[in-house]
Design a protein around this ligand. Structure first.
Ligand SMILES: CC(C)(COP(=O)(O)OP(=O)(O)OC[C@H]1O[C@@H](n2cnc3c(N)ncnc32)[C@H](O)[C@@H]1OP(=O)(O)O)[C@@H](O)C(=O)NCCC(=O)NCCS
Length: 159
């Protein structure tokens, strides 16, 4: 599989991407988000709903939903044909650039989703709790967290 990194662009979601993101949801999850919820997340989070594109094709997306207490990574997915080529890593790094203040990034992941758990561990997330029966089919969720430091604060503390 070709490494797409050089041609990959990561940009804010636009309304015209909704059908592609919806399709990626269907391909990636047993309990995909409905269309209306994706549209609502896009409306609420214009800076932190990002898509990864290769030659105009949406191959991945990631969403952080703003919250007063923490950043909630509500979804990240990559088209099966383009996995293990750094697309999700690119999305996560691009999201970091859009976070405006220091704080925790939190997420839930299915206990059986070893690929995603490995991905998050590689990127510095730590397992925190198990939430029994979190998913509709009864599977447990693992919650994971990473401390995000505001880039301006980090730079100042280095002076
Ligand atoms: C999890 C997911 C987003 C990772 O996307 P990706 O673009 O393939 O990830 P990357 O290529 O950036 O991977 C970075 C690292 O994560 C880890 N990783 C990713 N997929 C992995 C897998 N299937 N098995 C083991 N480790 C994996 C590896 O350490 C990898 O580095 P390496 O390829 O150099 O070994 C992707 O598998 C996916 O879309 N899964 C379905 C949707 C999903 O489960 N999302 C998470 C919901 S909580």
């Amino acid at each position: 599989m070709m490494k797409p990194a050089s041609e990959l662009i990561i940009i804010p979601f636009r309304q015209e991407d909704l059908a592609s993101v919806f399709e990626l949801e269907q391909l990636s999850f047993t309990d995909p988000y409905p269309w209306w919820l994706l549209a609502e997340l896009a409306r609420k989070n214009p800076a932190t709903f990002l898509v990864a594109k290769l030659k105009d094709r949406v191959v991945g997306y990631a969403i952080i939903d703003g919250s007063e207490d923490y950043y909630h990574l509500v979804s990240i997915a990559v088209h099966p044909e383009f996995r293990r080529t750094g697309v999700a890593t690119g999305l996560l790094q691009a999201l970091e650039e859009h976070l405006t203040h220091s704080g925790l990034v939190r997420l839930e992941v299915r206990e059986s989703n070893h690929a995603a758990i490995q991905f998050y561990v590689k990127h510095g997330f730590e397992k925190k709790d198990i939430v029994p029966g979190y998913y509709a089919d009864g599977e447990n969720a693992i919650t994971m967290e990473r401390q995000e430091r505001n880039r301006e604060v980090s730079r100042l503390s280095c002076l």
